[in-house]
Design a protein around this ligand. Structure first.
Ligand SMILES: NC(=O)C1=CN([C@@H]2O[C@H](COP(=O)(O)OP(=O)(O)OC[C@H]3O[C@@H](n4cnc5c(N)ncnc54)[C@H](O)[C@@H]3O)[C@@H](O)[C@H]2O)C=CC1
Ligand SMILES: O=P(O)(O)OC[C@H]1O[C@](O)(CO)[C@@H](O)[C@@H]1O
Length: 393
């Protein structure tokens, strides 16, 4: 059997990467910082991937084990026994993983053997972010060895792995419920030598801006549904996406997104339109039962300057496009105050204690003198007048 190591044992790591690797005859070692998932995977030695809408495609993933990140020596040996490595921890944790892995390399050394690490995040420039952080934490000798022997590439993730309801999560904490979607494109130009064959993986040499296009199409429109859906009181994402109010918003949002990406990335207009239609179909798909709050969670990351809202709005204004729906979505995201999400609670505290202006400057990285800053403030006033944020202020 071939071997793989996955940094992160979350929904995408288990529910997408893990399933593809299992089906391609790999042993899988997960590395995580969350003790309960590491324990349950080691205890059960298997988990079930439930494919929503077609259980004939489910898998019982076996040949697995898991380590906590402080089991450094075991992780080091597993890394060098593995034919491929993946990272999927959330883009805002990439630097932590890089630091922990660099510590391991600084202690045990980088071997003169080619290895590839595939970064799997909704994070703009994910591979570069991870590689830059690795180089920052490695000692001088290892920096050169890392550059020469370790490839860092990125993938575009278009399968959803849902948040199960509390009862299921308690009964089967190791299992994952996923969208029936089977394609994992990876930037081939960043791979050193070659990677082993994995089902549904395609190495694209002309990867270009694919991750940016995906983020600012799928995740941007996903934010429109999530943040409007939250304030309108929807619980399930497909319910929100198919509602009359949000359907109308999506008509406008996709127009804005398509114009922005054609202007900024130079992508083909027809290809972009079809790409955005697929994104919309996915979020409207009733078989994917997933919570609005999961899609809205982590609003501080999602309101960041490079993420799904601020960056495309800045691009729009630069190209003379007025992205009304996306600007309104920024305003709505500021009021995502879901109590079960620690980041949403933190955002609310910041907003209440320091004000919206402060959040726009520090979380969104907006300058007081730029137009977007003022347009968002106007939109905040409008959504207040519409009564949308009542109970969330
Ligand atoms: N769930 C989904 O439908 C999709 C998720 N994505 C992206 O995939 C990435 C992973 O998302 P999910 O699997 O949903 O998240 P998740 O929250 O289910 O899993 C993340 C895992 O990373 C672990 N982790 C955090 N910091 C770590 C560290 N320093 N070292 C090791 N492990 C660490 C967490 O303990 C957790 O188990 C994110 O970037 C997300 O945006 C992309 C497409 C779809
Ligand atoms: O937490 P994030 O970055 O929104 O990532 C998860 C989302 O990515 C998506 O795949 C968007 O394409 C959603 O289906 C999913 O909820």
């Amino acid at each position: 059997m071939k071997k793989s190591i996955l940094f992160g044992a979350g929904k995408i790591a288990r529910g997408f990467l893990g399933q593809l690797l299992y089906l391609s005859d790999f042993e899988i070692t997960f590395v995580d910082v969350y003790e309960p998932i590491v324990s349950v995977l080691n205890e059960k030695k298997t988990y079930h991937v439930h494919v929503l809408g077609d259980e004939s495609l489910d898998s019982d993933v076996t040949h697995i084990k898991a380590y906590l990140f402080d089991e450094k020596e075991s992780i080091y040996h597993t890394f060098y026994e593995s034919d491929i490595a993946f990272v999927s921890v959330g883009g805002n944790h990439l630097t932590d993983v890089a630091k922990s892995l660099a510590d391991i390399f600084n202690r045990f050394g980088i071997q003169k053997k080619i290895k590839n690490i595939i970064v799997c995040e909704n994070w703009r420039d994910a591979a570069n972010t991870f590689k830059t952080a690795m180089l920052k934490f490695l000692n001088e000798e290892n920096k050169n060895l890392f550059e020469e022997f370790i490839g860092v590439s990125e993938a575009v993730l278009m399968r959803t792995a849902t948040q199960p309801d509390e009862e299921l999560a308690k009964l089967y904490p190791q299992d994952v419920w996923v969208q029936n979607f089977w394609y994992l494109p990876i930037d081939g130009s960043r791979i050193k030598e070659a990677i082993p064959k994995i089902q549904c993986v395609e190495l694209l040499d002309e990867f270009g801006n694919f991750l940016t296009q995906k983020m600012y199409t799928n995740n941007t429109s996903n934010a429109v549904i999530a943040y409007s859906g939250y304030l309108l009181g929807y619980e399930i994402l497909a319910e929100a996406a198919n509602s009359l109010e949000i359907s109308a918003l999506l008509d406008d949002a996709y127009k804005e997104i398509n114009q922005i990406l054609v202007a900024e990335l130079g992508v083909d207009e027809k290809q972009q339109m079809e790409f955005s239609q697929k994104a919309r179909a996915k979020y409207c798909d009733w078989t994917i039962v997933d919570k609005v709050i999961r899609h809205g969670k982590d609003p501080i990351r999602k309101l960041g300057p490079q993420d799904r809202l601020i960056a495309p709005c800045r691009m729009a204004l630069k190209h003379g496009i007025y992205p009304k729906t996306l600007i309104d979505t920024i305003a709505k995201a500021l009021y995502f105050d879901e109590p079960s999400d620690a980041e949403a609670v933190k955002l609310k505290m910041l907003r209440q204690q320091k004000g919206v202006e402060y959040v726009l400057q520090t979380v969104c990285g907006l300058d007081k003198n730029e137009r977007l800053y003022h347009e968002v403030l106007k939109s905040v006033e409008q959504i207040k007048e519409q009564g949308l944020v009542k109970g969330h202020e």
